[in-house]
Design a protein around this ligand. Structure first.
Ligand SMILES: Cc1ncc(C[n+]2csc(CCOP(=O)(O)OP(=O)(O)O)c2C)c(N)n1
Ligand SMILES: [Mg+2]
Length: 318
């Protein structure tokens, strides 16, 4: 029997390839990126100052992925987010006050403070901190959409490390077998907590998609315009004649896994920063950047002040 050669080369870390030149964004897209950046940075300082309890995982360095994708999803599409979900939530709802209140357990919290950073339900948006748990549920929702000919998508955001969960493969198998309109968004930041991808993944995401015959697309780009243009037809196709699709985005995790638990060499993080959209965009479009950056910082300051002066969220156990 002929043996198949499977690549053992994992997706290159973003630092391995030169960053693509960024193109000008609309003010709306740039504001979304900056709002997420300032929200996440501020959240880490709130934790460091002891003003927030529990844990949190920020998406610093990965903001361009949800900002590029969210406008391609219909409000009735079902989004399943994961433990690193603030950027997903903010790109979908632009509601920093509801999210911060949720994380701090204050009045105005989107889930009355019982979900916290990782477990948020709002309409057709649900996040979970359990790696891989969303995939079978997303496949079920996609099955419902297909059966009812609704032309809606179920979307699940997962990290590279989550490809170690068996439930992912059960869901992918059903999704391809039953032609489910399921978009799996892979935020491949080259690390799972403290384990680099090369130590936890044999082969590649592309190999795994190919094993199921699922359409796969991968990019290193941090350009919102470029990503959106490239994946729009793939998502449209998955919605129109239902089928699954796996979209993989290389990204650099600039922050710690959660709050202060970064075991990486600072030189590696510095290399990731060179590819970060934030400084590159500032250098390329300084006027637009500085105005909106200051506005985003002010918005987040205001949100922190308001939420911090609010009373506890009103949740009474039944
Ligand atoms: C089933 C399960 N096992 C372990 C964990 C603890 N955990 C939380 S995030 C994480 C790493 C996730 O890595 P990846 O999927 O690459 O996402 P990233 O954190 O890089 O965004 C781990 C092990 C968990 N939340 N759920
Ligand atoms: Mg990861």
């Amino acid at each position: 029997m002929a043996s198949r050669t499977v690549s053992t080369q994992v997706a290159p870390a973003p630092a391995d390839t030169p960053a693509q030149e960024l193109t000008r964004l609309t003010d709306e897209d740039l504001m979304a990126l900056l709002l997420i950046r300032h929200f996440e940075s501020r959240l880490l300082s709130l934790f460091a100052d002891g003003q927030v309890n529990g844990t949190t995982h920020t998406c610093l360095g990965q903001e361009h992925i949800p900002v590029a994708l969210m406008p391609l999803f219909d409000p009735s599409d079902f989004i399943f987010s994961n433990h690193r979900g603030h950027g997903h939530y903010l790109a979908r709802f632009r509601d920093p006050a509801g999210l911060l209140a949720e994380i701090m357990g204050r009045d105005g919290a989107v889930c009355r403070g019982v979900g916290g950073s990782q477990h948020i339900l709002r309409g057709s948006y649900l996040s979970t901190g359990i790696q891989g748990a969303s995939l079978p549920a997303a496949a079920g929702v996609a099955l419902h959409f297909r059966k009812n000919r609704q032309q809606r998508l179920a979307v699940a955001f997962i990290g590279d490390g989550t490809w170690g969960e068996g439930a992912v493969y059960e869901a992918l198998n059903m999704a391809q077998l039953w032609s489910l309109p399921l978009a799996v968004i892979v935020e491949h930041n080259g690390i799972a907590q403290s384990t680099p991808t090369r130590l936890h993944m044999a082969g590649t995401v592309a190999d795994r998609a190919a094993a199921f015959g699922i359409r796969h697309y991968r990019t290193d780009s941090t350009g919102v315009n470029e990503i959106r243009a490239a994946v729009a037809p793939l998502l449209r196709a998955a919605r129109t004649v239902p089928h699954p699709v796996i979209l993989e985005f290389a990204a650099g995790r600039l922050g710690p896994h959660s709050k202060g638990d970064d075991t990486r060499d600072p030189a590696d993080i510095a290399r990731l920063r060179e590819r970060d959209w934030y400084t590159r965009y500032e250098n390329r479009f300084p006027d637009q950047f500085r105005t909106l950056d200051a506005e985003a910082a002010r918005t987040v300051d205001e949100v922190v002040r308001t939420v911090d002066s609010s009373g506890p969220s009103q949740w009474t156990p039944r």
